[in-house]
Structure formats: C-alpha cells, structure tokens
Write a new protein. Structure first.
Length: 149
C-alpha cells in the first residue's frame, strides 16, 4: 500500500492528547479540515460519528480505522494519529485504542474505499509496524515511518 498517495506530513500527529472517542474524532475533524481547505470540520465529524454509530471501527490490539464518505471530498484523505493515552473506542476486543488511521473518501469512490480499507487493515495487523508507531514521538518521523514501511 502506498500511503504517500493519501497521507501528508501535516496529516500525521504523534502523541495527540485524548479523553474520549468523541473528543478525538472532533480534534481529528478539525485537523483534516485545516489541512484540506475544502472540507468543513463539522461535516467530517458528523460523517465519522454516523459511521461509528453503525459499529465501532476499533479493530482490536489498540488500532482503529475510522472512515467515512464526505460529499465535498475530491480525493481520498488519510490521517495517522498516535494517542498520548489509549482511550476506549468500543473496539471488538474491548481494549483501548492508541493508534488511529482516519480515512475520508469521496462519496462515489466505493471500490477505492474498500480497497484502501483492506490495505490498511492488512498493514495494521503487522505487530512490528504498530509497535514502531507506538514508540515514535515525533509527527514528522511518524509520517516517514508510515510511507517507508
């Protein structure tokens, strides 16, 4: 998977503080909006929350891949976040989440959405990759690690 196609240095944050799933998704929505220039934070947040209501995007082992489609989105946008402290994300295994990859997809890119999610799920099953992310405390290094893995 070529993360450099959907990820940028500005969309990676290491050690983001977080108290709850809702607050983290709000902070991430603000970050994506600030970096995209075309998307409104409220639209992103509402779409992410609507998706979470369908079922948690917490995969287990401390990983979550919140994702949604947003009408105004023109290209797939990825955001990689590590949390300062793991939070409850209603993950399948009940464990708190400390690594998130957020995926915002144009409304009509169904096939690309599924392919990208599958690639991310495979990548985040790699325990060495995840442990390296957990020990990276610089946002620029987080980006470099992700695109070079």
């Amino acid at each position: 998977m070529q993360l450099e196609l959907i990820l940028s240095p500005a969309s990676c944050r290491s050690d983001l503080p977080g108290v709850s799933k809702k607050r983290i998704l709000k902070a991430i929505s603000d970050l994506i909006s600030a970096n995209s220039g075309e998307l409104q934070a409220d639209d992103i947040f509402n779409a992410l929350m609507a998706r979470e209501q369908l079922g948690s995007t917490g995969l287990g082992n401390g990983i979550a891949i919140p994702h949604c489609r947003v009408a105004q989105c023109q290209d797939i946008i990825g955001t990689l976040i590590t949390l300062e402290t793991a939070v409850d994300f209603d993950a399948l295994d009940g464990k708190p989440v400390d690594i998130l990859f957020i995926l915002i997809v144009p409304e009509l890119q169904h096939d690309e959405h599924i392919k990208t999610l599958a690639g991310l799920a495979k990548l985040f099953k790699d325990e060495d990759f995840c442990e390296t992310l957990r020990h990276t405390h610089d946002s620029e290094e987080l980006y470099k690690l992700a695109i070079n893995y």
